[in-house]
Design a protein around this ligand. Structure first.
Ligand SMILES: [Mg+2]
Length: 265
């Protein structure tokens, strides 16, 4: 079967550094972010990729490593690097060690204070009963508004932004990061572009690699830029070429699945 990825990768000369986003790339976007479990078919193909002697595999997500491990439980003994919080934490399953950990990246007390006071206001304004969800990822805080009506979305985003802007101690070490139906407060140094750089250098220590990154969201654009600089292949799912920095687009996750299958068989 032909495969876009296989067409670019010189299997005789280099390993493939395959970096895949999670939500919207390996799983469909679901109403409740806590329900984004991966399908059996995807588990099986990821297992084959992880066991391939010429492939290095990483999952790169805004979710925490602990959440990724929960969603991908059947793969917990495979050779995969799990990159959570946009690369702020990188966990090597096989050695059971963090290659990168978020502890020193930020002033957590300021985030905790922000969260406590935000939750008070959200409760007072009853926004939490109208489809607004706050996800606490310890080192980051996400406002999900997928299930809220437009005026509620606007009110919650406005509140979140205003509160962030009025907190100088938070602004010092955190940034606001928009994503698909989510607005997140993240340590400034966390982004998927830096994560790609880290992974590339990590893998290149042993063998030269050809980097491929696949994602679907605004936050993946940072990764696309770095992969492009590294002369690798960037693939965006669900957008047209004029909407993304990625060099190639797929219409759906299924097209990615087929491209990976085509590479293996
Ligand atoms: Mg995504």
């Amino acid at each position: 079967m032909p495969s876009v990825i296989a067409n670019h990768w010189c299997i005789d000369q280099e390993n493939l550094a395959l970096m895949l986003d999670y939500d919207g790339t390996l799983t469909p976007i679901v109403e409740n972010p806590a329900d984004a479990f991966i399908s059996v078919e995807w588990v099986e193909i990821l297992r084959l990729l992880a066991r391939h002697s010429k492939i290095r595999l990483a999952i790169v997500s805004g979710r925490s490593v602990s959440q990724l491990l929960e969603f991908m439980q059947p793969l917990k003994n495979e050779n995969i690097l799990f990159c959570g919080l946009h690369g702020g934490e990188i966990y090597d399953i096989r050695s059971k060690k963090f290659l990168q950990s978020p502890e020193n990246a930020c002033n957590l007390n300021s985030l905790i204070r922000f969260k406590d006071s935000l939750l008070c206001i959200l409760k007072e304004t009853k926004l939490l009963q109208q489809g607004i969800v706050i996800e606490d990822k310890n080192y980051s805080l996400a406002l999900h508004y997928r299930n809220a009506e437009q005026p509620i979305k606007q009110a919650a985003i406005g509140l979140f932004e205003k509160k962030f802007q009025s907190s100088p101690e938070l602004i010092e070490s955190f940034k606001l990061q928009p994503g698909k139906e989510v607005l997140e407060i993240l340590p400034k140094s966390f982004d998927k572009g830096q994560c790609v750089n880290f992974l590339y250098q990590f893998w290149e220590k042993t063998n030269s690699v050809y980097p491929v990154y696949v994602g679907d969201d605004l936050t993946d654009e940072f990764a696309f830029q770095v992969v492009n600089q590294l002369k690798g292949l960037s693939i965006c799912i669900g957008k047209s070429l004029d909407e993304t920095e990625a060099r190639c687009t797929f219409t759906s996750s299924y097209e990615l699945f087929e491209a990976l299958e085509g590479m293996l068989y």
